[in-house]
Design a binder for this molecule. Structure first.
Ligand code: CTP
Length: 402
């Protein structure tokens, strides 16, 4: 799967360094050539010999050691890399690279490289959550560097928290994803909405729906992986953020409406995956509402239909909607396609096993303007996301005039 690919693995000084031995072994088994650079602190945790034995290559530990090759080593390494993976990525290396410091082999190679760089942070949870580290991650992400989120669990110091190195198979999966995905959306700007909206009733209660955000987040991840510049306007969710995506968090349908209408003009493709609440409470109480009678009536009023409004102003932009239904799937989807002036709609029947809200999979039907329908079998939400984007990319006539 990775034959002909060169992966540079930068190992930093953290207890999770030992897990990276397994990552290297898995990459080698998939056919990749793996070059290891260890920082000065990394060799205090795992010996270079361990990595050398697994990678079958000399391990680079010192910038000024007699080089293995006659050429300038950090430049030649940077050139041959298809991807650079920094694992465990410590607060120190993240800070150094964010600050433009290149004072050892790893930071120098990263600075000289044009290949994608994937950071896999692992550190104490307080360190990871430190605003300085978070600011550095945000700044690097904005520059196109990629990050995996640490796992949550027992940390080396015996406390629970977010800071564990993700499991080696997950790291390898991420590397494969980055190396094998086609970049056919490069240059396109895509606006995506995801998740539910939350409509407050009083300070402790709200109206919402069961959307998990997984489908919309998968579409955002897939588009970013394919080279698009992606903004994700997200309702409240509790899933990990996609990498390389500009995320704007909102709570209510009105906030989502305002954000979408503020920015849609800057985008070529708009995909509304959010489950926007159609109604909100007509009045929001400042204080907790107390129970009184046996019955209680809540007056609701309509929220704006964001997609319908976009349909009226879309111009040459491609507009894609989604609908989750329990009955008359195709009829409802076709009606929404017409009524909201869409180019395409993605429909799923949430009553089917494997197509529900919290599921990792989905069963979708894609209906294009003109009536062409494509029915897909059950597949992961990320695979569905790629199929949706494949279909969008076949709307070539539109894409060309963007
Ligand atoms: N949508 C929207 N604004 C709303 C409601 C829906 O932008 N207030 C968008 C959704 O993001 C989705 C599409 O419209 O892309 C269809 O949403 P859905 O809830 O299925 O349809 P509705 O038009 O709300 O119709 P109904 O709830 O009556 O089925």
């Amino acid at each position: 799967m990775l034959k002909g690919k060169t992966v540079i693995v930068g190992v930093c000084g953290g207890i999770a360094a030992y897990k990276v031995v397994d990552v290297v072994s898995r990459l080698r088994k998939l056919g990749a050539e793996v070059e290891i650079i260890m920082t000065e602190n990394a060799i205090k945790f795992v010996t270079p010999l361990t990595f050398q034995s697994i990678s079958h290559r000399p391990v680079i530990t010192d910038m000024f050691k007699e080089p293995e090759y006659w050429d300038i080593q950090h430049i030649s390494l940077a050139k041959k890399a298809d991807i650079i993976v920094i694992a465990p990525a410590t607060a120190n290396i993240i800070g150094k690279i964010a600050g433009g410091i290149a004072d050892d082999m790893l930071s120098t190679v990263v600075m000289a490289a044009k290949a994608p760089v994937l950071f896999v942070p692992a550190m104490n949870c307080n360190m990871y959550e430190n605003p300085i580290v978070q600011k550095n991650i945000k700044a690097l992400t904005a520059q196109g560097y990629m990050f995996m989120e640490p796992d949550t669990g027992m940390l080396a110091e015996g406390t629970q928290g977010k800071g564990r190195l993700p499991e080696p198979p997950d790291i390898v999966k991420e590397i494969i994803r980055i190396l094998t995905v086609k970049k056919d959306m490069k240059g396109l700007k895509v606006l995506i909405t995801a998740g539910p909206t939350r409509e407050p009733i009083d300070p402790v209660r709200y109206i919402s729906n069961r959307s998990s955000g997984k489908m919309g987040y998968a579409v955002a991840q897939a588009a970013a992986d394919r080279g698009a510049s992606v903004r994700l306007i997200s309702g409240p969710v509790s899933i990990s953020s996609p990498y390389n995506v500009d995320i704007v968090n909102v709570l209510t349908a009105s906030e989502m409406h305002a954000e979408v209408m503020k920015s849609y003009k800057d985008f070529d493709i708009i995909i509304m995956v959010a489950a926007v609440a159609d109604y909100k409470s007509a009045e929001i109480s400042d204080i907790k509402i107390k129970k009184k009678d046996d019955e209680m009536y809540l007056k609701l009023e309509r929220n704006p239909d964001i997609l319908k409004e976009l349909g009226g102003v879309k111009g040459k932009r491609l507009l894609v909607g989604t609908c989750a239904e329990t009955n008359d799937l195709l009829e409802n989807a076709k009606e929404k396609l017409q009524a909201k002036n869409l180019d395409m709609i993605v429909a799923n029947d949430v009553t089917m096993e494997g197509a529900g809200f919290e599921a990792e999979t989905n069963i979708i039907k894609i209906i294009k303007r003109g009536g062409k329908i494509r029915e897909l079998p059950i597949m992961s939400k990320l695979a569905c996301a790629h199929e949706i984007l494949n279909e969008i990319m076949t709307l070539g006539g539109y894409i060309k005039c963007l």
